[in-house]
Ligand binder design. Structure first.
Ligand code: G1P
Length: 297
C-alpha cells in the first residue's frame, strides 16, 4: 500500500458538545445531554474512552453556555478524592476521568450555527495537523473501538476518513449520506472510497443508505474549507458540505465499523444502549436479565 511512515499521528480530538439537547427535556434543562449516564458513565465518557484507546491525547471540547459540568467531569475533584481517601476507598473508578495536564481544552461556540461551525471554532487548537471528531450522541461499542479501527485504516490510506453504517432507506434523510466508490482490498473489505457526500438528502435523492455515523479523521484543510462554507441543510453550516468539497483533492474513505452503534440522540436508542450494556456487565447481567424477563412477562 502507500508509504505509512509519512502519516502524522492523530493526537487531537474535537468533541462538539454545545448542543441544547432539546430532545431530552426536561432532563437536559440544567444538565448537558452529554452528562446523561448510560448506567454509571456519562455519555461523553464513552467517547473520551474511545479516543484514549485510539492513542489520542488532547481532548478539545467545543462547549457553550451551561456545559461546565462536562469540563468538571474531567478535572481533579479534590474534595471528593480527599474524602474517598480518608474513607480508604479506591479511586480506580475515577481513572477514566483523568487526562494529563494540558490535554483538556475547551473553546466556546457562541452561536449555534451548525456542526461545521462548531468544528471550525476549534481551528486554533487543532492547528496544522490531522485530527479526529467524535459526536458523543453516537455510542460506538466494539473491540477494538471505532476510532481505533479508523486510526488503523488511516495508517493504511491516510487522508480523510469517516465511519459509516447502513440504515433502512426511510432513515437516510436524518443523516449525512455517502456515495460509495470502490471497496479496497485490505482490512477485510471495510474500507470504501467516498465519491460524494450529501447532508440529509431526501430519500429518493440519497446516493446510498450508508450514513456518516459520527466519527471522523480529517485533514486540517477542512478548517479552511469551513471558513467560507455557506449554510446548507436546515440552514446550518454543515461539516458534510465542507468535506464534500475536499473529495478529489485528498484521499477520502469510509470505514465500516465492525461493532455496534447506539443512537443515543434518541430516547429509544438511549434505553436500548442502557439495556444492552447492562446485559453485558458481569456485575449486573444476571440480575438485569431476570428483571427484563419479569418486566416483559
Ligand atoms: C450529524 C451530521 C450527520 C451525521 C449525524 C450522525 O447530524 O451532520 O452527517 O450523519 O450527525 O449522528 P445531526 O445529528 O447533528 O443532525
Amino acid at each position: 500500500m502507500t508509504d505509512k511512515t509519512v502519516r502524522k499521528p492523530i493526537r487531537k480530538a474535537v468533541f462538539p458538545v454545545a448542543g441544547l439537547g432539546t430532545r431530552f427535556l426536561p432532563a437536559t434543562k440544567a444538565i448537558p445531554k452529554e452528562m446523561l449516564p448510560i448506567i454509571d458513565r456519562p455519555l461523553i465518557q464513552y467517547a473520551v474512552d474511545e479516543a484514549r484507546e485510539a492513542g489520542i491525547e488532547q481532548m478539545i471540547f467545543v462547549t457553550g453556555r451551561g456545559k461546565t459540568s462536562i469540563v468538571e467531569h474531567f478535572d481533579v475533584a479534590y474534595e471528593l478524592e480527599a474524602t474517598m481517601r480518608d474513607r480508604a476507598k479506591t479511586l480506580d473508578v475515577l481513572e477514566p476521568t483523568r487526562l494529563k495536564p494540558g490535554n483538556l481544552v475547551t473553546v466556546r461556540q457562541q452561536v449555534p450555527l451548525g456542526l461545521g461551525h462548531a468544528i471550525w471554532c476549534a481551528r486554533g487548537i487543532v492547528g496544522d495537523e490531522p485530527f479526529a471528531i467524535f459526536l458523543p450522541d453516537e455510542l460506538m461499542i466494539g473491540e477494538p473501538g471505532c476510532m481505533k479501527q479508523m486510526v488503523e485504516a488511516y495508517n493504511e490510506v491516510g487522508g480523510n476518513l469517516i465511519s459509516v453504517l447502513e440504515v433502512p432507506e426511510d432513515e437516510v434523510s436524518s443523516y449525512g449520506v455517502i456515495a460509495p466508490g470502490k471497496t479496497l482490498d485490505i482490512m477485510g473489505g471495510a474500507l470504501t472510497e467516498v465519491t460524494g457526500l450529501v447532508e440529509k438528502p431526501r430519500r429518493e435523492e440519497a446516493p446510498s443508505n450508508l450514513i456518516i455515523s459520527g466519527r471522523y479523521i480529517l485533514q486540517p484543510e477542512v478548517m479552511r474549507t469551513l471558513e467560507g462554507q455557506e449554510k446548507g441543510a436546515g440552514g446550518e453550516i454543515q461539516l458534510t458540505d465542507a468535506m464534500a468539497k475536499m473529495i478529489g483533492t485528498q484521499p477520502f474513505h469510509a470505514v465500516t465499523f465492525a461493532g455496534r452503534r447506539f443512537d443515543c440522540g434518541s430516547k429509544i436508542g438511549f434505553v436500548e444502549a442502557t439495556l444492552a450494556l447492562a446485559l453485558e456487565r458481569p456485575d449486573m447481567a444476571d440480575e438485569v436479565r431476570a428483571m427484563v424477563k419479569r418486566l416483559v412477562g
